[in-house]
Design a protein around this ligand. Structure first.
Ligand code: AHM
Ligand code: MG
Length: 329
C-alpha cells in the first residue's frame, strides 16, 4: 500500500513530542501554506515591490516581507502555545497580546528569506527556530538569547516549483512536500543526509575583495581546479536565497558561505544568527554536515543581540572542516 504520511502524523510518531508542540508546528505549517499561496499569486495579488519602509538593519522592506510577517504573527499569537515571537522584520520581540494565553515556546522566524528574489520570480522561503521560554509568562529579551544548541526544532519552507518544508526536532532531518490536492505537507524526503565530500561551492564572488585570507585561500584553490593543490574541478552556484542554497546542499552536498567581510566593521557577516544561521546550523548538523562561523561552531555562539549578524560557513563536512582549518592556520 502506498501510505501517505502527513507532517502532523510523522511528528506524532517521533519521540518526546507533546500535543502542544504538534499543534504549534501545525500552526506554523498553516501560516506557511498561506504564505505559499500569497507568494504564488505574485503580481496578481498586487504585492510586489517596495513598501518604502526600512527594517532595523536599514534594508528596504518589500511589501511581501511585511505581509508574510503579519501572516505568521496572526497565525501564532492567539493560540496559547507561545510566550513570545521574534521576527527578522520587527525591531523588538513581539509580545503575545494581553488577552491571549501564554505557552512555553518561543518562535523566531525570517518570514521571507531571499526576498531580493521576489520581483524576479525565483525561490524564496520561510525559516523558523523554536526555543523553550518560561511557560505562561511574557518573554523577555533575555529569554530569546539562547545558544543554537538549545533549539528544540528548526525548519524552513521553500516556495519554489513545489512548496516544501524541511524540518528537524533533533532526530534527523526530514522533508515534506505540500500536496495541493489535500492541503497537507506529506513526507517525501526521509532522513536527509549531506554527503561529506563535494565539488560545489556557493559564495557571492562580488564580495571577494572584502574577504579575509582563509576564505580567499579556499576559493582560490577551488578556482584552480585540477591545476592546483585540490586536484579536482569545482562547480559554483549562487541563488541569493539561503533556503534554496541549503536545500541544494541537503540534496547533493556542497559548501555555502556568507563569510566575514570587511565592508562594515559593525556587521561581521550578512546573515542573522537567530533567524537564519542557527536554524540552518541545527538542520545541517542533523543531516551530518557542519556549520561554523569560521572560528566557532555556529550553535555555540553566545547571542548578545536578537538581530546580530554572523559569518556563515556550512555544508559538506570535509569542505567546511577545511575552511575552518584555514582559519586556525
Ligand atoms: P534576506 O533575509 O533579507 O532575504 O537576506 C538574506 C539573503 C540570503 O537568503 C542569501 O543567502 C543572501 O541574503 C544573499 O545576499 P546577496 O544579495 O548579498 O548575495
Ligand atoms: Mg533572510
Amino acid at each position: 500500500m502506498n501510505t501517505v504520511k502527513t507532517l502532523a502524523q510523522f511528528i506524532e510518531q517521533q519521540a518526546n513530542t507533546t500535543t502542544d508542540f504538534i499543534l504549534l508546528l501545525n500552526d506554523i505549517a498553516l501560516s506557511c501554506k498561506q504564505i505559499a499561496r500569497t507568494v504564488n499569486r505574485g503580481a496578481m495579488a498586487g504585492i510586489l515591490g517596495s513598501a518604502e519602509t526600512e527594517n532595523i538593519q536599514g534594508e528596504t522592506q518589500k511589501e511581501l516581507d511585511i505581509i508574510t510577517n503579519d501572516i505568521m504573527v496572526d497565525a501564532l499569537n492567539w493560540t496559547g502555545r507561545l510566550s513570545g515571537m521574534a521576527s527578522e522584520e520587527v525591531d523588538d520581540p513581539i509580545a503575545i497580546p494581553a488577552e491571549y494565553p501564554k505557552g512555553k515556546y518561543l518562535a523566531l522566524f525570517d518570514p521571507l528569506d531571499g526576498s531580493s528574489n521576489i520581483d524576479i520570480n525565483l525561490t524564496v522561503g520561510t525559516i523558523f527556530s523554536i526555543l523553550e521560554g518560561r511557560d505562561g509568562q511574557d518573554a523577555t529579551l533575555e529569554d530569546y538569547l539562547q545558544k543554537g544548541t538549545e533549539q528544540v526544532c528548526a525548519g524552513f519552507v521553500l516556495y519554489g516549483p513545489s512548496t516544501m518544508m524541511i524540518l528537524t526536532t533533533g532526530q534527523g532531518v526530514n522533508g515534506f512536500t505540500l500536496d495541493e490536492d489535500i492541503g497537507e505537507f506529506v513526507l517525501t524526503h526521509q532522513d536527509m543526509t549531506i554527503p561529506e565530500d563535494t565539488a560545489e561551492f556557493s559564495i557571492n564572488m562580488s564580495n571577494q575583495r572584502f574577504w579575509q585570507e582563509p576564505v580567499q585561500r579556499y576559493i582560490d584553490e577551488c578556482l584552480q581546479g585540477v591545476d592546483g593543490t585540490r586536484d579536482k574541478n569545482f562547480n559554483m552556484r549562487w541563488v541569493a536565497s539561503m533556503v534554496a542554497e541549503v536545500y541544494r546542499v541537503l540534496t547533493r552536498g556542497g559548501i555555502f558561505m556568507y563569510p566575514f567581510d570587511t565592508r562594515d566593521p559593525s556587521r561581521p557577516g550578512k546573515l542573522r544568527l537567530m533567524y537564519e544561521a542557527n536554524p540552518m546550523a541545527f538542520i545541517v548538523e542533523q543531516a551530518g554536515g557542519v556549520c561554523s562561523t569560521g572560528v566557532e561552531r555556529m550553535m555555540e555562539v553566545t547571542p548578545t543581540d536578537i538581530h546580530q549578524r554572523v559569518p556563515v560557513i556550512l555544508g559538506s563536512k570535509n569542505e567546511v572542516d577545511r575552511v575552518v582549518s584555514y582559519h586556525q592556520d
